[in-house]
Ligand binder design. Structure first.
Ligand code: FES
Length: 185
């Protein structure tokens, strides 16, 4: 058994045909075959056969009444299941989805900021407890109640934490706004 480099994108296209009497409809059948042919033509015209794989499959379990069902698998591990895909969508299936790429990048950034926030919050409470043992997370939200917290190093650490939280909130709000805009398109 020998490993082989994976393609950057693998598109599975349902070409399953059902009995016309089936309550699930006729299946992706000819629509899937037409989409498959368009995808193969595009990939061949780009000379990308080694890097982009197009494969016919049997039923993928969605059985749309129009278009076909597809699954795209990327080398990054991303997987998308799409139904009602038409021949006109072939080009878009081979291109990265910019909105999707942006969502991934934003999620990674938010994860990173959450890790930084946890780290900094730990530093803030540790420093507060060195200044006054026994302080709780709730206590340090009201630093004016504790004269020991009138300490420039503690205020600096707390300010860094507030900065990280503000950036994280702003990025999360922007992601929600972008997501709503994309849904309205
Ligand atoms: S027939 Fe295509 S998904 Fe079921």
């Amino acid at each position: 058994m020998l490993p082989h480099p994976p393609p950057s994108r693998h598109v599975l296209v349902c070409v399953n045909e059902r009995d016309p009497a089936s309550p699930l409809g006729t299946g992706c059948g000819a629509r899937g075959e037409a989409l498959y042919a368009s995808l193969k033509d595009l990939v061949t015209s780009r000379g990308a056969q080694r890097d982009v794989w197009i494969t016919r499959t049997h039923c993928l379990g969605i059985c749309p009444r129009a278009g076909a069902t597809c699954v795209t698998l990327d080398a990054s591990g991303e997987r998308r299941v799409l139904s009602g895909v038409e021949r006109a969508d072939a080009q878009a299936l081979l291109l990265p989805d910019p909105a999707h790429e942006e969502r991934i990048a934003t999620a990674e950034l938010l994860d990173l900021l959450r890790d930084l926030e946890e780290l900094q919050a730990g530093k803030v409470i540790d420093l507060a407890r060195r200044l006054r043992p026994g302080l709780t997370d709730e206590d340090i939200r009201n630093p004016h109640d504790f004269p020991e917290l009138a300490d420039p190093d503690w205020h600096y650490a707390d300010g860094v934490l507030t900065g990280i939280q503000s950036v994280r909130s702003a990025i999360a709000a922007r992601a929600r706004r972008r997501s709503a805009e994309n849904r309205e398109r």
